[in-house]
Design a protein around this ligand. Structure first.
Ligand SMILES: C[S@@+](CC[C@H](N)C(=O)[O-])C[C@H]1O[C@@H](n2cnc3c(N)ncnc32)[C@H](O)[C@@H]1O
Length: 230
């Protein structure tokens, strides 16, 4: 029998990571942009979709869920944005910005206080992650379970067309207007990866903490010492 989970999907976008989670779970999605939230609802009508600030929602509601996925905005951590800010002389540059520490606030909140399984996703950053992460495809994942390796094609984020991204991420956005389709699509986590991660969370019945991941991340040359002592 399948386990029916209460899942919180934060910073839901149009639902890339959620696409292959099926309809057996009870899913609540939080997205701040009403137009994007509407598209998510069209694709996943069974989910409860709330237009709110995900960071505030997490703090207030985390105890209500079994599994929490969070994808906080990545621009201030992104290598592409940073390299562009540093190197280009010929175009108007994106300004220097403080990396958004809400990412680490959420990881620590979940690691310290949440009893269920969690996965916080971001891009591979321009700096060594302040808390050791599991690197899969083009992402960093912070999770209290091991995410086994999975072979996936690259997403070809730089340079693909809208048609290519629609096929790659499995969303047809042709009927939608007045949204940045390329951004909505390239924001997506590959659905096979999203499904794989949920399966990994479901598989490991035993709760793993940063402590249990320490030996694993050591093999990945991260600074295991930076993991919080619990
Ligand atoms: C990187 S995308 C998430 C993509 C999603 N994980 C997927 O696989 O499709 C981040 C999303 O968070 C939304 N967002 C940004 N700030 C937010 C906030 N404070 N609360 C809720 N959503 C927010 C953006 O509108 C964007 O759709």
């Amino acid at each position: 029998m399948k386990t029916k989970l209460k899942i919180l999907n934060l910073y839901a976008g149009i639902g890339g990571n959620r696409k292959s989670w099926g309809n057996d779970h009870n899913i609540t999605a939080i997205e701040i942009n009403p137009k994007i939230a509407k598209i998510y609802k069209d694709f996943f009508p069974n989910d409860k979709v709330i237009v709110k600030d995900a960071h505030k929602y997490l703090l207030k509601h985390f105890k209500e869920f079994d599994f929490i996925w969070s994808s906080p905005p990545c621009p201030t951590h992104s290598r592409v944005r940073k390299n562009c800010a540093m190197n280009r002389k010929d175009i108007a540059l994106p300004k220097a910005k403080y990396p958004d520490m809400k990412l680490y606030e959420e990881i620590l909140l979940l690691e310290g206080y949440f009893k269920g399984k969690y996965c916080v996703e971001n891009v591979i950053a321009w700096y060594k992650p302040l808390i050791a992460a599991q690197e899969r495809q083009r992402h960093y994942f912070w999770a209290n379970f091991y995410i086994s390796e999975i072979k996936l094609e690259p997403d070809h984020i730089c340079g693909g067309s809208i048609d290519y991204f629609q096929k790659n991420f499995g969303f047809d956005l042709s009927k939608y207007n007045k949204i940045n389709k390329k951004l909505a699509l390239t924001n997506c986590v590959n659905y096979e990866l999203g499904e794989h991660i949920l399966n990994c969370a479901l598989k490991g019945a035993k709760q793993q903490t940063f402590e249990a991941l320490r030996s694993h991340v050591k093999n990945q040359n991260y600074q295991a010492d930076l993991l919080p002592a619990l």
